[in-house]
Design a protein around this ligand. Structure first.
Ligand code: NAD
Length: 301
């Protein structure tokens, strides 16, 4: 079977294009669209995210403000800072950069972000809205995975969908999102680390969505012919040569590459649709953060 690769970059570009128009309309109506990013302490990986966030916001005409706090910031100080942004009428969205300094409990701070400014969709009030099919903003990666699945145009009504992973940020919200229709939802099974026979579930699935953080978890013999595979995993693994030895870079360190949780090359010939890693869920997740930012701004008074 000739599988079709779902192009995350193309889907993300389409979403961003639509958002550009919406941002212009908001600005015309003199409504603020401003994303405040809060970082406590220094972290090289979140530097990269921040650079990308800033660039993409600029591209769309969204104001982006970075608030850098010291690595010594306490949980109470960080919460005070968040409260200040909650009360700032010019700020329509807030994102808390992870990881936070070790002494801070991320959930304790995240839950202090006003639900109407919670562009990551992780506040309990926003989860509640999602549960009732009334979401304004919802978790970005979950929304990205469902958007890519729907971009195939395949009707999900009654299909067997197996979600591998049950985290709050991905697996659980994906399952809820897929059950949003009273009459046209798929049948959703959620598997996790304690699932007894993962292959039993994935082999009978029309759609497998995986977010486990385990490279090679989904093998070709675990999926049926014609499966739709959405791979959310992001893993850094060593590049191996034909003898299975690690390839070294110019500094003598093992060269690494990014892969998902599924064996892409082996599954591709069996799949009807498949997402690549990188270039699948990742770029759409960023687009969803911006979509949430625009939705939050639209809902603000
Ligand atoms: P998590 O560690 O919170 O959850 C992992 C889930 O996988 C758990 O439900 C666990 O029970 C399940 N799991 C682990 N091993 C398993 C196994 N052997 N069999 C069955 N289930 C197993 O992780 P997360 O935050 O949900 O992230 C999962 C993956 O998705 C990671 O690779 C992460 O980097 C990636 N991710 C990607 C994006 C993106 O933008 N593309 C965003 C968030 C997370």
């Amino acid at each position: 079977m000739e599988s079709r690769i779902i192009d995350g970059e193309a889907v993300a570009a389409e979403i961003k294009n639509e958002l550009k128009g919406e941002v212009m309309a908001l600005k015309k109506a003199e409504k603020a669209v401003c994303l405040a990013a809060v970082q406590a302490g220094e972290n090289p990986s979140s530097r990269v995210y921040i650079k990308n966030q800033k660039m993409t916001c600029e591209e769309l005409g969204i104001d982006y403000m970075l608030h850098e706090l010291s690595g010594q910031t306490t949980q109470d100080e960080l919460i005070d800072y968040i409260e200040k942004l909650n009360n700032d009428k010019n700020v329509t969205g807030i994102i808390l950069q992870m990881p936070l300094p070790e002494a801070i409990n991320p959930k304790a701070v995240q839950w202090k972000i006003a639900p109407e400014k919670d562009v990551e969709g992780m506040h309990p009030a926003n989860f509640g809205r999602l549960f009732y099919g009334q979401a304004i903003v919802s978790p970005c990666t979950a929304k990205a995975a469902v958007t890519l699945l729907k971009s195939t145009g395949v009707s999900l009504k009654g299909l067997e969908v197996v979600m591998v992973g049950h985290s709050e940020i991905v697996g659980k919200p994906v399952a809820i999102m897929l059950l949003d229709s009273l009459r046209e939802s798929p049948t959703v099974t959620v598997c996790h680390i304690a699932t007894k026979d993962l292959a039993f579930h994935t082999r009978r699935a029309d759609v497998v969505i995986v977010a486990a953080g385990k490279p090679g978890l989904i093998r070709a013999d675990m999926v049926k012919e014609g499966v739709i595979l959405i791979d959310i995993g992001i893993n850094r693994v060593p590049v191996l040569d034909e003898k299975g030895q690690p390839v070294l870079d110019e500094k003598g360190k093992p060269r690494k590459k990014t892969v998902g949780d599924a064996d892409f090359d082996a599954i591709r010939p069996k799949a009807s649709y498949i997402t690549p890693v990188p270039g699948g869920v990742g770029p759409v997740t960023v687009a969803m953060l911006l979509k949430n930012t625009v939705e939050a701004a639209k809902a603000s008074r």
